[in-house]
Design a protein around this ligand. Structure first.
Ligand code: SAM
Length: 324
């Protein structure tokens, strides 16, 4: 189905907007949670007021605490609207559809929705962080594992693999996609979805922020901004018929169309909540910044994002490719 969030039509601007009053969308102390100290020590790391995964610590640079989980869930909701579905792969043509993997499942929202939608399939979500709910459909399960280690799934045993939001996490994309290709059966498919621009255009502070993040991820050996290389890597891994879909998310309530305006309001929350989440570990761990310096940068960027008149959009791309 066509989506108003997919190009090429320009987004009509509502001149009566630009009255956004931002408020920081989460309670900084909500992280205290109900976890016992023991489980927190074993499974998570607390750093600069945020919580990070403890298994294979340091691999992933974003937090895994409640505010970040809420940000991921909101983005999941937004992306379903942008692509008018939970998938960009044509699942009605994928038969049989018995075994599904979700790489870097995060809170598991996508995996749970998919398990409900396909009750005769089994869906397994894999992540470094144990942040998935325990009450899930019986055909859904989660495994805490590192995608960059050799996979234990039997070759040729999977029908469909989903990977979303892994940019900046993966050292060797070709190796990851080669493992996905080996795990799939002939005729199976992989879907890779990435937000390729959080927001554009960016102002002066936004440009500085992006350069710093890119430099820190480069030092970490997990480059950002590699998503546009995915189609080439898919082909190199042996996939065929690579198809691409693009979508966009307005940042704020500037669009005229009510559906766009609503989506823009939500996506702006995602962008604002992501400013600190995306920066604090990269800049403190790899560029020697203090938490306070990060806070100043993030504060300046929040002001820039809140400026009236900028019709900013985020861009998302999804690729589907097949194992011949
Ligand atoms: C931006 S989040 C996306 C979550 C989910 N796919 C979504 O779209 O809502 C990236 C997720 O990938 C996980 N991740 C990153 N590197 C990983 C690795 N090497 N092995 C397993 N999971 C990883 C992170 O822990 C995080 O939950």
């Amino acid at each position: 189905m066509a989506s108003i969030f997919c190009p090429p039509d320009p987004i009509a601007v509502d001149p009566a907007c630009y009255a956004d009053g931002d408020s920081y969308p989460y309670d900084e102390n909500s992280d205290s949670g109900t976890s016992s100290l023991d489980s927190l020590v074993v499974t998570h790391i607390l750093e600069n007021g945020r919580r990070y995964h403890g298994f294979r610590a340091g691999r992933y640079l974003l937090p895994n605490d409640k505010p970040e989980q809420e940000r991921l869930d909101l983005l999941h909701h937004i992306l379903r609207q942008v692509f008018t579905d939970t998938y960009t792969a044509p699942l009605s043509t994928l038969k049989p559809l018995r075994r599904i993997l979700d790489l870097g499942t995060g809170t598991g929202r996508w995996a749970i929705d998919t398990a409900y939608a396909y009750p005769s399939a089994t869906v397994m979500g894999i992540d470094l962080s144990p942040i998935q709910p325990s009450w899930v459909p019986s055909n859904c399960s989660f495994e805490i594992d590192d995608l960059e280690s050799p996979w234990t799934v039997a070759p040729g045993s999977v029908d469909y693999i989903h990977a979303r939001g892994l940019s900046g996490s993966i050292r060797e994309w070709p190796a990851l996609l080669a493992q996905a290709h080996a795990a799939l059966r002939h005729g199976g498919c992989v879907e890779v979805t990435e937000v390729v621009a959080e927001m554009a255009p960016v102002g002066e502070v936004g440009r500085e922020y992006e350069l710093l993040l890119a430099a820190a991820h480069e030092r970490a050996g997990r480059r950002l901004g590699v998503a546009e290389e995915v189609p080439g890597w898919l082909t190199e891994a042996g996939f065929v018929n690579v198809a691409e879909r693009r979508g966009r998310m307005p940042v704020g309530k500037w669009p005229l169309l009510p559906a766009m305006k609503e989506l823009g309001k939500l996506y702006k929350e995602v962008v604002l909540a992501g400013l600190e989440a995306r920066a604090v570990a990269p800049l403190t761990r790899y560029l020697g910044w203090s938490k306070e310096e990060v806070e100043v940068l993030v504060g300046n960027l929040r002001r820039e994002v809140g400026e009236r008149g900028a019709q900013r959009c985020g861009r998302v791309v999804s690729w589907v490719a097949w194992k011949a």
